[in-house]
Ligand binder design. Structure first.
Ligand code: SF4
Ligand code: SF4
Length: 256
């Protein structure tokens, strides 16, 4: 019985329409402690970079006003606080925005949960500054994020390359995925070393190196797996017909 919640209901904070999902127990008399168990969505930092201090402050805030149960992060991208009562919402919102300088995320039929991969800050494959665009659009669309005005939710997400680490294509309505304008650049000298099994160029960049995978086989592990079959070896050099490449990232992921 505890596990069943009436979904939705009108609950929120002053000036906002989104960010809080109302939850009420079906059995409030039997379980008065969880009569309300509202969920809060909190906007996460771009690329999910938290400082330890920020995390501690968030946890202190949530211990003060809520159940302490969290979800880092919800499938939609926001940081989720699970379980608080209606009377705690306004003071929590005040402290969150004034002391922590953080904002509620989105819920309902609004512009929701902009999120991005960590992009250029740590990943050599990023083709654009994902954090910058995510932050800029979040600030630009504040009104649409906090006041639901659409017939249905609308999400945008940013991945720096087609590996699509934030699953923008599956989880958003407006997916921005970085790709490259020119041809794939091949370091033929490095390819030769790679094929020869030189330790300076471990397969998969050294990932999973503890396993016994046998000698690296360029034909089997790269060329034969290219989905458009646009790669081949010729005169000891790796060739790519770039007009046929669909930018799946496979060769880039596994080559040195
Ligand atoms: S989506 Fe691409 S650029 Fe972004 S973190 Fe993943 S691999 Fe790197
Ligand atoms: S990115 Fe994918 S499609 Fe393009 S050459 Fe590499 S493996 Fe082939």
């Amino acid at each position: 019985a505890l596990g069943h919640w009436k979904h939705g209901g009108i609950v929120g904070v002053f000036g906002y329409g989104g960010g809080i999902v109302g939850r009420y127990s079906d059995l409030p008399k039997r379980f008065p402690g969880v009569e309300h168990f509202h969920t809060l969505r909190v906007a996460q930092p771009s690329g999910m970079y938290y400082t330890t201090k920020n995390l501690r402050d968030l946890m202190d805030l949530w211990a003060k006003y809520g159940s302490g149960i969290t979800n880092f992060h919800g499938s939609t991208g926001d940081l989720i606080f699970i379980g608080t009562s209606t009377e705690n919402l306004e003071p929590l919102f005040w402290d969150l925005t004034h002391d922590l300088k953080q904002d509620l995320g989105g819920s309902g039929s609004n512009l929701r949960t902009p999120s991005c991969c960590l992009g250029e800050s740590r990943c050599e494959w990023s083709c654009f500054d994902t954090q910058h665009i995510c932050y800029a659009l979040t600030m630009h669309y504040q009104d649409e994020i906090h006041r639901p005005a659409f017939p249905y939710k609308f999400k945008f997400k940013f991945s720096g390359c087609p590996n699509d680490c934030v699953a923008a294509i599956g989880r958003s309505d407006f997916a921005v995925i970085g790709t490259w304008k020119d041809d794939i650049q091949i370091d033929q000298a490095a390819v030769k070393e790679y094929v020869a099994g030189n330790d300076r160029y471990p397969s998969n960049g050294g990932a999973h190196k503890d396993g016994d995978w046998g000698p690296f086989d360029l034909q089997k592990e790269v060329i034969d797996i290219c989905p458009t079959e646009c790669m081949w070896m010729e005169g000891g050099e790796l060739k790519i017909d770039n007009s046929e490449c669909n930018r799946c990232m496979h060769c880039i992921n596994v080559m040195p």
